[in-house]
Design a protein around this ligand. Structure first.
Ligand code: GAL
Length: 679
């Protein structure tokens, strides 16, 4: 699929910000549908995602079709000026499929069947499932391809089911044959000389099912690669059916945020529109699971999309799957929605339009909650619709980022096996801590694959890439040699793509770039253990989670370990290499120290916040000609402005500072200084 020849989000949005949510009218009597249309109009909704979980209704028994209700829904939407994001219903096969074709049901690692009665119960390798999925997809496209409401195809929903059944085993073997060509190559890659694991025929190979002790880590890694690919085959097969019938309609599938099960880089390549579902925790808006988490997911999604993207789902109030489910304090839905627009979203949607009265999600909020149109939630939904209406001019504009954080699913997957130096070290922890430090330092960053072209970035951060391919290592070396600044985190460049430890523990190319000679040992830290460091930027600093005993070979020591077995050994180093600079952080510094280090590296690379003097808790992002200011705190604040500017949301002009209320936001466009005015 050539993206330039395919329709895009802009074709679906038609110059507006898309606004709406999942709409499940089949859960309601038809008179309610008419009220829905009224309320959607009132709220400025222009997109409804329909049919996500409608398979059993559309195909009540094998081969039967019941499209009449969906005809009426799409006609109603169209008459109300609401576009349809029409879903293929293939995330939730009807009970008849599992009952008649039990082989379509997934099996877990122990071989136990994962039954129908919930959702997502399909084996991605099952030809029977795939065949039924493609038939209903084709019939939907044939019936609605020319419907005037149709704006976007939504394939399946949050692909993520893994399966360990015999059909999967056969599929896995085919995948492995393509990858390795010969059994010898597979045995070599998997290191099967260890523990007598050598395979003598392809038929002996199985998915990594429950075993007596630790499984082969490369087998596990390949099974994760395979599962992502098997699901991707399901997606592309449905996509191809849709593209063939409706070449003018873009296709998406909604990602779970920063989800381990799909190689998001590979998947995004195959979509016309990249979309994501995002549920930050309103219990602690400023905590790591609040605005910082939103920023991370949004940066990743924008980078996958390489342009505007769609927030397919968020909650207008509480979810129902956290232990304790908090509503969103007043203002937070607006703030988090505008944050998504700031970071590149051209569509803001919710799960779901009308809160269900039955089923597992009856206590999950909707845009129209149980309290109905008079509820606080719907008032905020209406207000948000008005705000988004004012931001139409922002659509299509790019987000400016001069820094990038490197992320690769293969590196993530390789960290998930047992038998590692520390079970406390997860892939996400350093990555999230580093991104949060950049976010709190007001530095906007993209995400990039370690093999991607990096020349456009003045600063590249690699928080924790345990596995790096030869191509990635060459890429990083070339980037620094050419003048880039690389900040590299611990336990990076340790394994090759087969999860084989590189000679010397860390790849020699990377050590040369970093100016590090020998890595003697890894010294992980326990829960609650903090390792003092020599002061950083004049302040006391500590490291957590990880330490390394390294010897520099050309790098300067920026901070050293203080006390304990590693007393005096280098902890943070900096090295001039080629025309660039490479930093190494062999521990996870405390948040303030990490901010200080990343800000220093960024400053030296001339990467700066969009405005000087930004207060803590305020996010500032440039998108095209607009500057978004977002206050993530309950306390009001004000942002000093270098020149007068006008707020697109309120129409107010600010001379010297922009006031931001509790969870307040402004979208500023600079103006020439007023006659006699400062600036
Ligand atoms: C998403 C899913 C929706 C709904 C929502 C609830 O993961 O796509 O269908 O279940 O979660 O938060």
């Amino acid at each position: 699929m050539t993206p330039s020849r395919r329709p895009s989000l802009g074709d679906a949005a038609r110059g507006r910000i898309l606004y709406g949510g999942d709409y499940n009218p089949e859960q309601w009597p038809e008179p309610v549908w008419h009220e829905d249309m009224e309320l959607m109009r009132e709220a400025g909704v222009n997109l409804a995602t329909v049919g996500v979980f409608s398979w059993a209704r559309l195909e009540p028994r094998p081969g039967a079709r019941d499209f009449g209700w969906l005809d009426r829904v799409l006609d109603l939407l169209h008459a109300s000026g609401v576009g349809a994001c029409l879903a293929t219903p293939t995330a939730s096969p009807p009970p008849w499929m599992g009952a008649r074709h039990p082989e379509t049901l997934p099996r877990d690692e122990t071989g136990a069947v994962v039954w129908y009665g919930s959702r997502n119960h399909f084996c991605a390798s099952s030809p029977v499932y795939r065949d039924h999925a493609l038939r209903i997809t084709a019939d939907l496209a044939d019936r609605y391809g020319d419907h005037p409401a149709l704006r976007l195809w939504h394939v399946n929903n949050e692909y993520g089911t893994a399966c360990w059944c015999d059909t999967t085993a056969r599929h896995f073997r085919r995948w492995l044959r393509t990858r390795y060509g010969s059994l010898e190559a597979l045995n070599e890659a998997w290191g099967t000389a260890f523990w007598s694991q050598r395979y003598d025929s392809w038929g002996e190979i199985i998915p990594p099912r429950r075993a007596q002790y630790m499984a082969n880590p490369t087998q596990e890694l390949d099974f994760r690669r395979f599962t992502s690919d098997a699901l991707l085959e399901c997606f592309t097969a449905e996509r191809d059916v849709l593209v063939e019938r409706t070449p003018h309609i873009p296709v998406t599938t909604n990602f779970m945020p920063f989800f381990v099960g799909q190689d998001g880089w590979a998947w995004a390549e195959r979509e016309d529109v990249v979309s994501v579902d995002l549920y930050p925790d309103p219990a602690d808006p400023e905590g790591p699971d609040g605005g910082a988490w939103g920023a991370l997911v949004q940066d990743l999604t924008r980078s996958q999309a390489r342009g505007p993207w769609l927030l397919m789902e968020q909650a207008a109030g509480p979810v129902n799957w956290r232990g304790v489910n908090h509503p969103r304090p007043e203002g937070l839905t607006r703030l988090w929605s505008l944050q998504a627009v700031a970071r590149g979203a051209d569509g803001i949607c919710f799960f779901q339009w009308r809160q269900s009265r039955q089923g597992s999600e009856k206590f999950h909020s909707g845009m129209v909650g149980h309290a109905g149109a008079r509820g606080r939630t719907f008032r905020q939904v209406r207000e948000l619709g008005a705000d988004l209406g004012r931001l139409a001019g922002v659509t299509g504009a790019p987000v400016t980022a001069r820094a990038a954080v490197l992320h690769d699913w293969n590196a993530w997957w390789a960290t998930l096996s047992a038998g590692r130096p520390s079970s406390r070290l997860t892939y996400e922890q350093p990555l999230r801590a580093w991104h949060r430090a950049l976010w709190e330092s007001h530095l906007t960053c993209d995400f990039a694959h370690p093999e991607a072209e990096l020349d456009g970035y003045a600063l590249v951060a690699a928080p924790h890439l345990y596995l790096l391919t030869d191509a990635a290592l060459d890429n990083l070396a070339a980037y620094v040699r050419g003048g880039g600044t690389l900040v590299c985190g611990f336990f990076t460049g340790v394994a090759d793509e087969d999860d084989r430890v590189r000679e010397g523990g860390v790849d020699a190319r990377l050590r040369t770039v970093l100016g590090i000679g020998t890595v003697h040992e890894w010294w992980p830290l326990d829960e609650g253990e903090a390792q003092p460091l020599t002061p950083l930027s004049g302040a006391d600093a500590t490291g957590t989670l990880w330490r390394e005993d390294i010897e520099t070979a050309g790098a300067e020591t920026v901070a050293a370990y203080r006390g304990g077995e590693l007393d005096g050994r280098p902890a943070v180093t900096r090295h001039a290499f080629g025309d660039g600079t490479a930093w190494y952080l062999s521990t996870l510094p405390d948040p303030a120290a990490l901010r200080a280090l990343l800000s220093r590296a960024a400053g030296e690379a001339d990467v700066r916040p969009p405005l000087p003097g930004l207060p803590a808790g305020v996010e500032a992002v440039r998108r095209g000609a607009w500057l978004f200011l977002l206050n993530h705190r309950r306390e009001p604040t004000a942002v000093p402005l270098p020149a007068p500017a006008t707020d697109l949301l309120t129409g107010r002009r600010y001379e010297r500072e922009a006031p931001l209320g509790r969870y307040g936001a402004a979208v500023l466009r600079g103006e020439p200084p007023a006659p006699g005015g400062g600036g």
